[in-house]
Design a protein around this ligand. Structure first.
Ligand SMILES: Nc1nc2c(ncn2[C@@H]2O[C@H](COP(=O)(O)OP(=O)(O)OP(=O)(O)O)[C@@H](O)[C@H]2O)c(=O)[nH]1
Length: 635
């Protein structure tokens, strides 16, 4: 199985590419069939709180900061983060213990349908341990690399993480990437080996991998089954014992980090905040350090896991804040909020997420343009990592070119447009951005810079006016059973990848590091890796050109004259197909008769066709473009 495990972008300059600190992860083959135990084991649970109890609990005015723990759950996709979060919510009495608690924190429809977490979610849990009450702020994060931006943001609000690893699959690419995010943020890491109930589970092997790759002593690993609830209690103990409380000061002026935000049509922006200093309450005047705009706080509260308004939020707490911000850009992720007239040193922010995959998006019917525009605007209010540029195409009309963090991000956005806004769209084949270093002084003057970024293939400047083209590269990590290594290396080579490292993480698992041109892996690398067939063509321009021409040939209506369909790179034709002409039988009326007369008629017909071919314009039906351009993901 393959996942990207984080990336940025740098450019490959001729044959000397620069790494970007990004990585891509791939693990072929061995996804186990999941086997579940017949019955769920029972485990101790706190009682659910009554409304009065909850109100008392949520009054944090006298709650000691030493009893607060802020932590996140990180893992490779499907290793069981959300299931563990469900068990922790049940065990602490935050939600009722029923069989229906499946991925309680995955609130979006797309998350539930795909079984993946897209948006990080927060929950404040209370737990009694050795006679003391603790407040545990849990942030469930997405596993897929397209959303790793969400992970790094969430980590800024935490002092520790639970690193969940599947007891059968062992360490995977995203496990490595997420571990390093936590390690670099200097957080305490608690390794949790999950799914020990599986028939093929081998927790000892995974323990050794963790020791070898992350240098964490194997006896620090906690072995659990989140599905059955086995040993989940010790996870809570470890959170309390091994993760330090936040280093914060209630008496200092307010300093709150905005680590996430969502948009609510009625209340405006709901900002998720972690308080590093001070107190904030309803009615306070706050200022965004980023925009310097002042707002009045309308509501503060905690997520339990649903919004639970409180009187105040105190330093050390993680919660939400509503202050009449109309647009998520006003609550910039990474921004620091402080009280009016009490400015503070802003907290270190985050690097903004850079879109790496661009695709055209058009309404199926142009009359739907305005509806689609409003749907896209609303959806991007909730997902500020999507970039929008207006675009138009002769074939598809007016639309936009959107930038996404990855292919899954694009698919999820498209699915949300359809499900939440009932929009029907055409999505064109995704492309990556390129840079061109211009040589033409006229162009440099026009663009006002020497190096330009191109996000739309239609806007590529002419080759003769460019010194060099640059493309984004990512550092990819592939973890694979030993037997696939040879084939994977061939595949990587065929994708123009440069090997950087290779290491055995246990007796039969290898970790490979490659520098990949992003364009080579963005669409179908995962599928190729799964099939692991050999014989990949190095130069794919010809095969792509040929396939396009063939598709056009099948879709275009025939005319009275022959139509040549050509694919070209600049002036060089790389593929060609011909749509045969309809042929009128000009000899139909000649019953017998003179051969020269027949020849004359045929010659005149040929000349007519030649002339038509020169001047003939054909009307290309719109659905032809749709058929040719429509990508798999938009179906
Ligand atoms: N047998 C078994 N299955 C488990 C266990 N924990 C989780 N699962 C299953 O593994 C699958 C993935 O679990 P999730 O909790 O959605 O995984 P996740 O890590 O949150 O996934 P993403 O949010 O997409 O990254 C689900 O089908 C769970 O039911 C476990 O302890 N044992």
């Amino acid at each position: 199985m393959l996942t990207f495990v984080g990336r940025g972008w740098g450019c490959a300059r001729a044959l000397a590419p620069r790494a970007t600190g990004a990585s891509l992860l791939v693990v072929p083959g061995s996804r186990p069939a999941l086997t579940f135990g017949a019955a769920r084991e029972s485990w101790a649970t706190d009682r659910l709180y009554s409304a009065a109890d909850l109100k008392e609990k949520l009054d944090m005015s006298r709650f000691p900061v030493e009893n607060i723990r802020n932590f996140s759950i990180i893992a490779h996709v499907d290793h069981g983060k959300s299931t563990l979060a469900d068990r922790l919510l049940e065990l602490t009495g935050t939600i009722d213990k029923t069989k229906n608690n499946k991925q309680v924190l995955d609130k979006l429809q797309v998350e539930r349908e795909r079984g993946i977490t897209v948006k990080a979610q927060t929950a404040s849990l209370f737990h009694n341990y050795e006679g003391k009450q603790y407040l545990l702020n849990l942030i469930d994060t997405p596993g897929h690399v397209d959303f790793s931006y969400e992970v790094s943001r969430s980590l800024a609000a935490c002092q520790g993480v639970l690193l969940v690893v599947d007891a059968n699959e062992g360490i995977q690419a995203q496990t490595v990437a997420n571990f390093f995010l936590a390690f670099e943020a200097q957080l305490s890491v608690i390794p949790v080996i999950n799914k020990i109930d599986l028939k093929n589970a081998d927790p000892e092997r995974v323990e050794n991998q963790i020791e070898k790759v992350f240098d964490i002593p194997s006896d620090e690993c906690i072995k659990i089954s989140a599905k059955l609830g086995t040993n989940v209690e010790s996870v809570l103990q470890a959170v309390i014992e091994r993760i330090p409380p936040p280093k914060v000061h209630r008496k200092n002026p307010l300093r709150a980090l905005v680590f996430d935000s969502t948009f609510d049509h009625y209340r405006g922006v709901v900002a998720n905040v972690a308080l590093f200093d001070g107190v904030v309450s309803k009615g306070d005047k706050i200022v965004s350090a980023h925009t310097q705009k002042t707002y009045e706080v309308n509501e503060v509260g905690v997520l339990n896991p649903n919004e639970q308004p409180t009187h105040k939020l105190y330093a050390g707490q993680v919660g939400y804040l509503i202050a009449g911000m109309k647009d998520v850009t006003e609550a910039q992720i990474g921004d620091t909020l402080h009280l009016h007239k009490q400015p503070v040193e802003p907290l270190p922010g985050f690097k903004s997420a850079k879109p790496m995959v661009f695709a055209g998006i058009y309404p199926v019917d142009q009359s739907e343009y305005n509806n689609l525009k409003s749907a896209i605007e609303k959806l991007t209010l909730n997902d500020s990592s999507v970039t929008i540029h207006r675009d138009s195409s002769l074939a598809l009309g007016a639309g936009w070119r959107l930038g996404f963090l990855g292919l899954l991000h694009m698919e999820v956005f498209n699915q949300r447009l359809e499900q939440e806004y009932n929009a029907s769209v055409i999505l064109t084949t995704p492309t990556v951005p390129y840079k061109a270093v211009l040589s033409s002084s006229k162009l440099i003057k026009e663009y006002r810079e020497k190096e330009i970024t191109i996000i739309n293939p239609a806007q590529f400047p002419d080759k003769s006016k460019v010194t060099e083209y640059l493309e984004p590269v990512v550092l990819g990590t592939i973890i694979t059973p030993d037997e696939y290594t040879g084939k994977i290396m061939m595949l990587c080579q065929a994708r123009r990848a440069v090997q950087k490292n290779m290491m055995f993480i246990d007796q039969n698992r290898v970790m490979l590091k490659y520098l990949f041109p992003l364009n080579e892996i963005v669409v179908d690398f995962y599928d190729s890796l799964k099939s692991l067939s050999s014989g990949y063509a190095r130069d794919k321009a010809h095969s792509i050109g040929k396939a396009m021409c063939e598709r056009l040939k099948d879709c275009l209506p025939r005319q009275l004259f022959e139509i040549a369909i050509q694919a070209s790179i600049g002036s060089k034709i790389i593929a060609r197909e011909t749509v045969k002409a309809y042929r009128k039988n000009v000899l139909a009326k000649c019953y017998g008769g003179d051969i020269t007369r027949k020849m004359k008629l045929l010659k005149r017909q040929a000349e007519g066709k030649k002339k038509l071919r020169k001047i003939g314009n054909i009307e290309v039906p719109k659905d032809t473009f749709i058929k040719v351009l429509k990508t798999q993901s938009s179906k």
